[in-house]
Design a protein around this ligand. Structure first.
Ligand code: NAD
Length: 488
């Protein structure tokens, strides 16, 4: 690998995300030679740590993946700590001083990445202080990586974006959606555009419906305080599911390059039909988990109000109004405490208009739809269900599956999502980041649902832990004679 040259200034370096995800990601990049000599990180946080304390925290978070102690200490030697109060402009001047020193020490060519991993209320404050206190370099690049959530609704997202844009241009901003860093999400494009056999049937002539399921089998746990202000729709649909949908629905970009890909994703999202109240009522289902054995119901979890109307489950039907997709429902569902933890995409193809084998036999139709499944996790791979002749006399049919799972050795090579995304940001590649136009469109869609839900008291709890959500989520499909491809 060619070594990337950059100084990362991390806001929130003492936080949970930093030690669970960011340091292990950077360590993998270090092990693979993507970052090496010309790399340094300034960690900031409220705590009064020094470099040694910081390095020992970083070391602890990566040593499980290390080849040797020496490797860990070499890596950690690139980490520096400054305690920092985001509200104090003077502190940014201190950061600038450290940045300039490290730039000289590691020959960083003025390449700077500012990574904001703080509570969202600080996002624009930090970005604007960086600009006003001139922490930027004037050679090299100055880029912003920003965590989720990007706003709470369209209005707040736009406010945040306007504010960020007074400090950073859109092409300097990298909005994290870690689903875009997942191997099998990135495989959507290869499967479609690498196989004319697939892409030529990727439309409403052959596809009956598309399903995206991101299921969790745990409750809210320690994130309850945050989760209760968000809910499944904002936490999972507005960002991850919308990104997956845009990759499934988009037209082929002229070039497989970030600018062209983003343009196609935006175009697809702009064709998304935005619902009015009646349509929301018909096409979206919310759920909240009840109790089951030792598992408390959501309203009795710690830090959740007893009258909480927050949904821990959502299922919905979306429609892209363009010639490729008109008439094809895109079903999505996600939630907490479901039957299992997994993420998958099922593309359900049309059946023949007539089941001729059944007609000839005078039996009930038995052809199943062909289903192409992209397994995102925990298993990563593809499945294709097709019909075949049932072995034996006569002529009836049953189905079989082609399966391809990534091998264990391939799985070991799969970069961590954050590893891939940080590397992309260092390279200046926006392919796997959400653009403002995409985020904006996703919020406009989601806001309509929130607005309708807020106007009505929910009938919660309405699903049992360990199931695939409320009954209405099944009915969303069965009312048009369809079914979820994955059922518990
Ligand atoms: P955290 O609460 O564990 O850490 C917060 C960090 O902010 C700490 O380093 C703290 O020192 C710093 N901080 C708080 N107030 C400050 C101030 N006034 N001045 C300077 N520093 C201050 O949070 P986290 O879980 O690491 O989350 C960080 C970001 O990542 C958030 O935007 C969150 O939404 C996002 N995120 C986290 C997760 C996760 O799994 N933890 C998942 C997705 C997104």
């Amino acid at each position: 690998a060619t070594e990337q040259t950059a100084l990362i200034t991390l806001f929130g370096a003492t936080g949970d995300l930093a030690s669970r995800k960011l340091y292990p990601a950077l360590f993998n990049l270090y092990k693979k030679g993507e970052i090496k000599e010309h790399f340094a990180l300034i960690g900031t946080g409220r705590r009064e740590w020094d470099d040694d304390k910081f390095r020992s925290v970083v070391s602890d978070s990566v040593k499980g993946a290390a080849d040797s102690d020496q490797q860990v200490s070499d890596f950690a030697s690139h980490f520096y700590y400054k305690s920092h109060d985001v509200t104090n402009p003077e502190h940014y001047k201190v950061l600038k001083g450290v940045a300039d020193q490290l730039d000289a020490k590691y020959d960083l060519k003025g390449n700077r990445i500012f990574y904001i991993s703080l509570a969202p209320r600080f996002f624009s404050l930090v970005a604007n202080n960086l600009k006003q206190q001139n922490v930027f370099s004037d050679n090299g690049f100055n880029r912003l990586i920003i965590e989720k959530p990007f706003g709470h609704d369209f209005e707040s997202a736009q406010e945040l974006n306007d504010s960020l844009s007074s400090a950073f241009d859109e092409d300097q901003v990298f909005r994290i959606d870690h689903y875009l860093g997942k191997e099998m999400v990135q495989n959507i494009a290869a499967l479609r555009f690498g196989n004319p056999m697939i892409e030529s049937v990727w439309n409403n002539k052959f596809i009956d419906n598309v399903q995206v399921t991101l299921a969790e089998n745990m409750g809210v746990g320690e994130r309850a305080g945050y989760y209760d202000t968000s809910g499944a729709l904002r936490d999972m649909v507005q960002n991850h599911i919308m990104q997956i949908l845009s990759l499934l629905a988009m037209d082929e970009p002229n070039k497989y390059k970030d600018v062209e890909i983003r343009a196609q994703k935006v175009k697809a999202l702009q064709s998304l039909h935005i619902y009015d109240e009646d349509e929301v009522a018909k096409n979206f289902v919310r759920g909240q988990y009840g109790a089951n054995g030792d598992q408390k119901d959501y309203r009795h979890e710690d830090n959740v109000p007893e009258d909480s109307n927050t949904e821990t489950f959502v299922a919905g039907k979306l429609e892209f109004q363009n010639n490729r997709w008109a008439g094809v429902p895109f079903y999505v569902r996600t939630g907490k405490l479901l039957a299992d933890k997994f993420a998958r995409i099922d593309v359900v193809f049309k059946k023949p208009a007539l089941d001729d084998f059944a007609r000839a036999n005078g039996t009930a139709p038995q052809l199943l739809p062909s289903v192409l499944t992209i397994k995102i996790e925990p298993d990563s791979g593809f499945e294709m269900q097709l019909n075949k002749k049932h072995v034996g006399q006569g002529y009836t049919t049953d189905s079989f599956k082609f399966t391809h799972d990534l091998t264990d050795s391939e799985m070991k090579e799969v970069p961590l999502p954050y590893e891939r995304l940080i590397n992309d940001a260092m390279k200046g590649d926006h392919t796997n980041f959400a653009s403002w136009a995409e985020v904006a469109q996703a919020w406009k869609f989601v806001d309509q649902i929130e607005k309708f839900w807020n106007s009505k008291k929910a009938d919660f709890p309405n699903y049992t832990p360990g199931t695939m959500g409320p009954k209405a989520a099944e009915e969303l499909l069965t009312r048009s004679g369809r079914n979820w491809a994955f059922r518990a």
